[in-house]
Ligand binder design. Structure first.
Ligand code: ASP
Ligand code: MG
Length: 424
C-alpha cells in the first residue's frame, strides 16, 4: 500500500462539478490500494475575492486578521471535498493546517513551514480515512494562523509528503504538465516527461506558473519526487526528479536517452509585469550599491537584474539600473528616491512595461554560446534587449512587454525545443 499526497489547485476545486471530479480521482486512488492525503487550495478566485473584500473595509488591513480571513478559503474547500467523498462512500476527514500539525515561522502573509507533527494525520490514515488538508496555512509560535504566501498550497503538499515519507507527491492542476514553453504562446511546445529540480525551480522563478518554486526547492531538499499533472484529464504529466530515467525503469543502460544531455536548454520562461529603475549619476563603488540595495532589502523588495554602467562623460560616477516587479513600484519609489537623494543622484527613473524572457537549462555552464544564440534570435526579430543576466542555469533578457510573445516563440525555435529529444 502506497501513501500518496495529492494537491488540488484552485481551478481543480473551482466548482461543484470540479469537486466531484476530485472526489472521484481520490476514490480511484483508494480503490487502487493507496492511502491518500489531499491538500486543497481555495476555490477558483476565492483568495482574490477575500483580499478584495478586506480592501473595501481597510486600506491597510492588519496582517493577522488578513491571515485569519485568507485561511478560510482553503477551509471551505477542505470541508467540501471531504463531504463530496462521503457522498461517494469514501471515509474522509478534513483538517485545517493547524489541525494537521503544521507549524510556521515568519511574518503573517509570508510564513514558512518550520515543522510538521503528523500524529493526528497518521492516526486518521490508520483508521482508514482519506485526510483532506487545507493548504497554504499553519500555526505560528503564538498559536496564530499564518499563511504561506500566494501559491503556498504547493509548499504544504510537498512538506506533508516529506513529513509523512510519502511514496509519491502529485500536484493536480489545470495544465497537463511542464512544457518547453507556455503552450498558449507556442503551439509547438512539448510536454516534458521529466525534469530536474534545479531546472524546474529556475523555470518557476523565471515565470513558469505551473508550480510554486519554493515547493520545488523543498522537494529537492527532502528528495520528494513530484508529479505535475492535469486534474481535468487522464494524461501522464511531468515528473520532477533527479533520478536518471533508467534508474527508475530498472534498466542497465541509457537506452535512447544517451549519457549526456542532447539539449542543455529545458525551456523558455517569461515574466511580464517587470519595472526598470535607474538611479543616474551616483558615486561609483560598492558603498553606493549598498546604499541603494540595503534599504530595498529591508523593505523586503526582491531585485532581479542589476546593471551598473559608468555615467557618460563623468569619471568616478555610475548609473545603476535594476528590475523589480511592477506591483512593487509603489513600495520601491520612496525608498529609492531617499537613497538617491542621499547619494546626490542627478535623476531617478521608474518605468513599468517590461518583461523578462529566460532560456533555462542545466549544463549551460562551460558551454559557451547560449547567450549569443539568444541575442541573435532576438536581434533577428529586432527585439531590443535592455538588460541581461546570466548564471550557470539561465540567461535572462529584459525586453519591452509588448514583444514578449514573439520573443518566446523565436527563442523556442532558436534552441530547437520543438523537436529535440532530451533526458535529464
Ligand atoms: N489560495 C492561495 C492562493 O491563491 C494559495 C494557493 O492556491 O496555493 O494563492
Ligand atoms: Mg490559488
Amino acid at each position: 500500500m502506497a501513501l500518496v499526497v495529492q494537491k488540488y489547485g484552485g481551478s481543480s476545486v473551482g466548482s461543484v462539478e470540479r469537486i466531484k471530479a476530485v472526489a472521484e480521482r481520490i476514490r480511484r486512488a483508494r480503490e487502487g490500494g493507496d492511502e491518500v492525503v489531499a491538500v486543497v487550495s481555495a476555490m477558483a478566485d476565492t483568495t482574490d475575492d477575500l483580499l478584495d473584500l478586506a480592501g473595501q473595509l481597510s486600506a491597510r488591513p492588519p496582517l493577522r486578521e488578513l491571515d485569519q480571513l485568507l485561511a478560510t478559503g482553503e477551509a471551505q474547500s477542505m470541508a467540501l471535498v471531504a463531504l463530496a467523498l462521503h457522498e461517494v462512500g469514501v471515509p474522509a476527514i478534513s483538517l485545517s493546517g493547524p489541525q494537521a500539525g503544521i507549524r510556521t515561522t515568519g511574518p503573517y502573509g509570508k510564513a514558512r513551514i518550520s515543522g510538521i507533527k503528523p500524529t493526528r494525520l497518521r492516526r486518521q490514515l490508520a483508521a482508514g480515512n482519506v485526510v483532506i488538508v487545507a493548504g497554504f496555512q499553519g500555526l505560528n509560535r503564538a498559536d496564530d494562523v499564518t499563511t504561506l504566501g500566494r501559491g503556498g498550497s504547493d509548499t504544504t503538499a510537498v512538506a506533508l509528503a516529506a513529513a509523512l515519507e510519502a511514496d509519491r507527491c502529485e500536484i493536480y492542476t489545470d495544465v497537463a504538465g511542464v512544457y518547453t514553453a507556455d503552450p498558449r504562446l507556442v503551439p509547438e511546445a512539448r510536454k516534458l516527461d521529466r525534469i530536474g529540480y534545479a531546472e524546474m525551480a529556475e523555470l518557476a522563478w523565471r515565470g513558469a506558473k505551473v508550480m510554486h518554486p519554493r515547493a520545488i526547492e523543498l522537494g529537492q531538499l527532502h528528495g520528494v519526487e513530484i508529479l505535475v499533472a492535469s486534474s481535468f484529464a487522464d494524461e501522464p504529466g511531468t515528473l520532477i526528479t533527479d533520478r536518471a530515467r533508467d534508474e527508475r525503469a530498472g534498466g542497465s543502460n541509457g537506452g535512447s536517452s544517451g549519457m549526456e544531455n542532447v539539449n542543455t536548454i529545458g525551456g523558455i520562461a517569461y515574466d511580464v509585469g517587470v519595472a526598470r529603475v535607474t538611479v543616474a549619476d551616483v558615486p561609483s563603488g560598492t558603498a553606493t550599491l549598498a546604499a541603494i540595495f540595503g534599504p530595498l532589502a529591508e523593505a523586503e523588495v526582491s531585485v532581479d537584474v542589476i546593471v551598473v554602467e559608468s555615467t557618460a562623460g563623468k569619471s568616478g560616477r555610475s548609473d545603476v539600473s535594476f528590475t523589480v516587479a511592477e506591483k512593487e513600484l509603489a513600495t520601491v519609489e520612496p525608498v529609492v528616491r531617499r537613497a538617491a537623494g542621499a547619494l546626490g543622484a542627478s535623476d531617478v527613473s521608474l518605468a513599468g512595461g517590461f518583461a523578462k524572457v529566460s532560456a533555462v537549462g542545466t549544463g549551460m555552464l562551460n558551454r559557451p554560446g547560449y547567450a549569443a544564440r539568444m541575442f541573435k534570435a532576438l536581434a533577428q526579430g529586432k527585439i531590443d534587449v535592455q538588460m541581461v543576466t546570466t548564471s550557470e542555469i539561465q540567461v535572462t533578457c529584459v525586453i519591452a512587454k509588448d514583444r514578449v510573445e514573439e520573443a518566446v516563440r523565436r527563442l523556442h525555435r532558436a534552441f530547437g525545443l520543438e523537436a529535440s529529444s532530451r533526458s535529464t
